[in-house]
Design a protein around this ligand. Structure first.
Ligand code: HEM
Length: 410
């Protein structure tokens, strides 16, 4: 053997970087430096996942949109080449239409689109304002410091999605705990499966009750599709599960992480605090979505026919990952991308994805965040972090980035 004749073979540097990569400890809002390095090098590169597979990573904004808008890429996790999830055993189950392709994806999505239309969502704004004001009243009346995640960030989207779906908010501790397990990167497949089955069983029960006794809520309109023979009980449950999870975990993380980002950028916070211009509040929301990128592990797809991206052919059966985190920091599209600037026009960001799977709930998320960012710092102008930034626990371990807790005082 060559080893015995000429000593051990020299180590060949590993050219394919591992994904996901760690963030730099001192920059919790920035993408991992190695990821930005890859963006600077090429629009497309191979990465290695935990199981040894090597999908393509698309690093730049234009190319990410090209792939996500291409009907020859599939969101179906069963397709050959679909990149495995971020950790062993993660997300093996199908979560309704987010993991399907057209025409079935479109057929199911259409069934639940109506309540998320801009007009419908705007009609909810006064109710969301009341929720936000009520939670701030409670915080102001209670002891300090308070955990902003528990007292404010989680209840707002949970209350709203419960109201829309017709899920009793009194059960929020049950589904929030289970959702936390479902999106925890280090949860075992068994833990994740159990949590998902618990919530699914609970929702299936609620849908069953709506079949017998419909109400004026989204679960009842989903149940009506079962009655009409368009979907079965299982499909209805998966759809409700998708809406419940997507509807609260994401927005809650944007509220807490966004607040922290503003507290760490006092100049920007001062601008926001003193404005009564709804346009500036709206642009703050877009900029924070661009800057923070809470769905930090990327859109994943399998390529079903050969496609050419930036001169490189991605073959049918290969996997591809689009990390919006670096697309939204692409200097070609967002000048000085690492600066949080609430006055910039960030509306082209891809924090809600792109293409047919673009976030269904984005009008709702936007409205909730506008109410929050337009209210919290004006009503509590002295809001401050009640611990050192180094002591804040970031959700490196979750599919959706954010903070586990945010102790604040005023
Ligand atoms: C700030 C909050 C939110 C962020 C950052 C966010 C982000 C995203 C992203 C990136 C996708 C695309 C996934 C993909 O292409 O694979 C998506 C899809 C989706 N989101 Fe959101 N989301 C948010 C809030 C919400 C809310 C409030 C709902 C309400 C129920 C919701 C429901 C959905 C659904 C149903 C899909 C699947 C759409 C489809 O596959 O056609 N999201 N979201």
């Amino acid at each position: 053997m060559a080893d015995t004749l000429a000593g051990p073979a020299p180590e060949v540097p590993d050219a394919v970087p591992e994904f996901p990569m760690p963030r730099a400890g001192r920059c919790p809002f920035d993408p991992p430096p190695a990821l930005k390095g890859l963006q600077g090098e090429a629009p497309l590169t191979k990465v290695r996942l935990w199981d040894g597979s090597e999908p393509w990573l698309v690093t730049r904004y234009a190319e990410q949109r090209a792939v996500l808008g291409d009907p020859r890429v599939s969101a179906d996790t069963d397709r050959p080449g679909y990149p495995t999830k971020a950790s062993p055993g993660a997300g093996d189950g199908k979560l309704s239409f987010i993991m399907m392709d057209d025409p079935e994806h479109a057929r199911l999505r259409r069934m639940v689109t109506a309540p998320f239309a801009i007009k419908k969502v705007e009609a909810l704004r006064p109710a969301v304002q009341r929720i936000v004001d009520g939670l701030i009243d409670d915080m102001l009346a209670g002891p300090q410091p308070v955990d902003l995640v528990e007292a404010f960030a989680l209840p707002i989207p949970s209350l709203v999605i419960c109201e829309l779906l017709g899920v009793p908010y009194d059960d929020h501790a049950f589904f929030q705990d289970n959702t936390k397990t479902m999106v925890h990167r280090d949860a075992t497949p068994e833990q994740r499966g159990r949590a998902s089955r618990e919530v699914a069983g609970y929702l299936a029960g609620l849908i069953g009750r709506r079949l017998a006794e419909p109400k004026d809520d989204l679960l009842s309109s989903i149940a009506a599709r079962i009655t009409a023979g368009e979907i079965d009980h299982q499909q209805a449950t998966e759809m409700a599960l998708l809406l419940l999870i997507a509807g609260h975990e994401t927005t809650a993380n944007m509220i807490a992480l966004g607040t922290l980002a503003l507290l760490e950028n006092p100049g920007q916070l001062a601008l926001l605090r003193k404005t009564d211009d709804p346009q500036l509040v709206a642009s703050t929301v877009e900029e924070l979505l661009r800057y923070l990128n809470i769905t930090h592990l990327g859109r994943r797809r399998a390529v079903t026919e050969d496609i050419e991206i930036a001169g490189q052919v991605i073959k049918a059966g290969e996997g591809v990952i689009m990390v919006n985190e670096i697309a939204n920091r692409d200097p070609e599209v967002f000048p000085d991308p690492d600066r949080l600037d609430i006055t910039r026009d960030a509306r082209r960001h891809v924090a809600f994805g792109f293409g047919v799977h673009q976030c269904l709930g984005q009008p709702l998320a936007r409205m909730e965040l506008q109410v929050v960012y337009g209210t919290l710092y004006r009503r509590i102008p002295t809001l401050k972090l009640a611990c050192d930034l180094q002591d804040v626990k970031f959700k490196h371990d979750a599919f959706i980035y954010g903070v586990h807790e945010l102790p604040v005082a005023w």
